[in-house]
Design a protein around this ligand. Structure first.
Ligand SMILES: Nc1ncnc2c1ncn2[C@@H]1O[C@H](COP(=O)(O)OP(=O)(O)OP(=O)(O)O)[C@@H](O)[C@H]1O
Ligand SMILES: [Mg+2]
Length: 260
């Protein structure tokens, strides 16, 4: 298996997850190199989201082991994983209505702040230093995704592409070292996809490890260092995009879905 040796940012070993009789993820193993961008692809129902949520801790896997930066986090709840460097961007995230972009991004900071986040933001700040830090971290996160100019705009007025960027910024404000994203460009227009492609490349340049679920092969080819293909819960191919695209098992798994 192609792996990252002992220095893996994220390691999945023999992970399985069933929902009743449905074996959504079956004995999946891989190790992700620090600073790399890995795409998880596969037909509908292949188990991509289930696997991602086993890693994030929002689902508990039935068997196997999950490590983040060498630590076995298998028994940790999601919030503990988030506090220890693992950020997750969900498929759909609604902004907090009637709050501005900046405040929406601050939500992510509760992963590392000591004081209660709502107390820190909504009441007069007792802990001024921490509030300054929160404001700075969320501004930096918004700058990373190119939303610096929209700090004080109402979040619910943003177009869908910028909302997607905001949901990423919110997680970046957690200061993760490993970022998981479930279909971050789904439903976006070509120009918006290009903008996100640039963001993912920039984050990669900064050394952030990224694992993202994606359907769009063109997008995958433009950002991924490595592609892992799932079919009916199991890994059927693993390698650089150009290699995976020509793989016969991958082609037949996708046959009739017109994705490749
Ligand atoms: N909460 C759940 N309860 C029961 N079955 C589930 C649950 N979540 C997922 N499944 C089933 O597990 C399998 C894998 O689903 P999953 O959502 O992980 O696939 P996916 O690869 O993300 O698909 P898509 O491309 O459609 O997002 C499917 O058969 C799905 O119906
Ligand atoms: Mg999914």
């Amino acid at each position: 298996m192609r792996g990252a040796g002992d220095g893996a940012a994220c390691r999945v070993e023999g992970v399985s997850k069933a929902f009743g009789a449905v074996r959504a993820v079956r004995d999946v193993s891989f190790a992700v190199e620090p600073g790399s961008l890995t795409c998880l692809i596969g037909p509908n129902g292949a188990g991509k989201s289930t696997l991602l949520h086993c890693i994030s801790g929002f689902l508990r896997h039935d068997a196997g082991r999950i490590e983040i930066e060498g630590t076995d986090v298998s028994r940790w709840p999601a919030h503990r994983r988030a506090r220890n460097g693992l950020g997750t961007v969900f498929q759909t995230t609604r902004p907090l209505e009637r709050l501005d972009v900046w405040t929406n991004a601050m939500v992510g900071c509760h992963a590392w702040t000591r004081s209660d986040f709502l107390a820190g933001i909504l009441r007069p700040p007792r802990q001024r230093r921490e509030e300054r830090e929160i404001r700075e971290a969320s501004r930096e996160a918004l700058a990373l995704v190119g939303l610096e100019q929209r700090l004080l705009d109402a979040a619910d007025a943003l177009p869908i592409g910028q909302l997607r960027l905001l949901s990423i910024a919110r997680v970046l404000a957690q200061r993760p070292r490993v970022l998981l994203l479930d279909e971050p460009v789904a439903g976006l227009r070509a120009a918006e996809k290009r903008q996100l492609t640039t963001v993912f490349r920039d984050l990669r340049e900064r050394g952030l490890t990224q694992v993202l679920v994606e359907h769009d092969m063109q997008f995958v080819g433009s950002v991924a260092d490595r592609v892992i293909v799932l079919d009916r819960g199991a890994v059927i191919a693993d390698g650089p995009p150009e290699q995976v695209r020509g793989d016969e098992r991958v082609i037949s798994a996708y046959l009739g879905t017109a994705v490749l």
